[in-house]
Design a protein around this ligand. Structure first.
Ligand SMILES: Nc1ncnc2c1ncn2[C@@H]1O[C@H](COP(=O)(O)OP(=O)(O)OP(=O)(O)O)[C@@H](O)[C@H]1O
Ligand SMILES: [Mg+2]
Length: 412
């Protein structure tokens, strides 16, 4: 066992699927994926846990293969949080620094962060992260990093990300049930953005849209920072359900039609779509199928446009929209999205890591990979290589240290 090996884990708890990625961090900070797996989830309602044992069992089962593949025992992870209760609000706060020669310290930054969030988030919400957008020191605005600077009055402008308290608490409980301590909860779409965006996109202005099973997340980045996050309670499974209702077939058949026959080019030829049901063959009008899928996609895209407007970024995203999530695996989805949304569109394929990861350079693994990348920026998990899973919890001290360091470096 190499004592210098540090490893981290990202777990994406989705409405339909759970996915995990384990990666090692080399001394130079590069991240190599050494294990991954996915499985069906249960007990989720539009991104939110509604039965604690559902995700606990699904994660436990799914992780067996990840642990076998990587040889690491997994008992803590960065974890995704989702649902329309996840939101961001911009806030500002100020503090006096005392004497004129006072140099700004970490403690001052913590204090101004406290002043910024004070009273900005209702008591029934948990703050997931406070992302500094800029600081103003004695009237000089636009400061990115005031640490060590001298001044009298420090003001912070930040993006405060929060979720409903029960959503966060129950997600952690469910993970606990599966023997996992959630070191940090990150909105799914923000985690995915970490794995698919370039620095240039984050600087210039871009939206990431996570088209999942039951939700569609929207995150907007500009000047290198997350500016907005919102989640719409509609996803790619609504397309499947619409097809099942219209074609009067079980959802498995509707899903099969969606995956094999629908493309974003929506060519209305007269060829019928033919699928097998037992020994029978069923035929459907391509035109009808296209119409149903297009209608639902239009509704989802309308929701996306609304979120972008709410964020104040309508027609202000030079780098366009990057799609992630399983729903973006629909063939030529980006082509249709471009025609409706009138902006550059692309499908986000995760990058930023090496290892055994070719099979997971897909838009539906972006979230789990992004969580691993975010975790890699924080303190390392303890070195403990074994093929036997341990569900032991971290000691209070270790956890405190990790939380402190995640706070410093794990911003998304
Ligand atoms: N090849 C494909 N073509 C079209 N749709 C696909 C394809 N593969 C997966 N999907 C769709 O992706 C969706 C699942 O996406 P994903 O795994 O990202 O969801 P999730 O993370 O479990 O859910 P959520 O993010 O909403 O909580 C399903 O609705 C499925 O139909
Ligand atoms: Mg998801």
């Amino acid at each position: 066992m190499d004592e210098n090996v540090r490893y981290i884990t990202g777990i994406d708890v989705g409405s339909e699927n759970v996915r995990a990625v384990v990666a090692t961090i080399d001394r130079d900070g590069s991240v190599s994926v050494v294990g991954y797996n996915e499985g069906k989830n249960a007990g989720m309602q539009k991104g939110v846990v509604d039965t604690l044992s559902g995700p606990a069992e699904a994660i436990d089962k799914m992780l067996l293969e990840v642990e076998r593949m990587s040889g690491f025992s997994i008992n803590s992870a960065f974890v995704s949080i989702n649902g329309s209760n996840v939101m961001s609000v911009q806030a500002s706060g100020r503090i006096a620094l005392g004497t004129p020669d006072h140099e700004i310290t970490e403690a001052d930054l913590e204090r101004v962060e406290g002043a910024t969030v004070l009273g900005k988030v209702p008591a029934n919400r948990e703050i997931l992260d406070v992302l500094p957008l800029s600081y103003t020191l004695d009237g000089q605005s636009g400061i990115k990093d005031p640490l060590g600077m001298t001044g009298l009055l420090l003001e912070m402008n930040a993006n405060v990300i929060s979720a409903l308290m029960p959503t966060a608490v129950n997600l952690r409980k469910s993970l606990d049930g599966g023997g996992i301590t959630a070191e940090k909860l990150v909105p799914s779409v923000c985690a995915a953005a970490t794995a698919v965006l370039t620095e240039r996109q984050r600087e210039n202005g871009v939206a990431v849209v996570d088209l999942g099973y039951a939700t569609t997340g929207v995150a907007i980045y500009e000047n290198g920072d997350l500016q907005y996050v919102g989640v719409i309670p509609v996803g790619a499974n609504n397309i499947t359900n619409d097809l099942a209702i219209l074609l009067q077939v079980p959802t498995e058949i509707a899903e099969d039609i969606k995956r094999r026959f629908v493309t974003g080019l929506f060519k209305d030829d007269d060829k019928e779509i033919v699928v097998k049901k037992g020994r029978d063959e069923l035929a459907f009008s391509r035109k009808e199928v296209n119409r149903v899928v297009r209608d639902r996609l239009d509704e989802i895209f309308e929701g996306v446009v609304n979120e972008i407007k709410l964020a104040g970024y309508a027609k202000k995203l030079p780098e366009g929209i990057v799609f992630v999530g399983g729903g973006s695996k629909m063939r030529d989805l980006d082509v249709y999205a471009k025609s409706v949304l009138q902006t550059a569109t692309r499908i986000g394929l995760p990058t930023g890591f090496g290892g055994v990861a070719d099979a997971i350079k897909t838009p539906d693994y972006a979230c789990a990979l992004g969580l691993a990348l975010l975790a890699a920026r924080t303190a390392p998990a303890p070195v403990h290589k074994t093929s036997k899973k341990s569900t032991s919890k971290k000691s209070g001290n270790k956890k405190e240290k990790l939380n402190f360091l995640s706070k410093l470096f794990g911003k998304f």
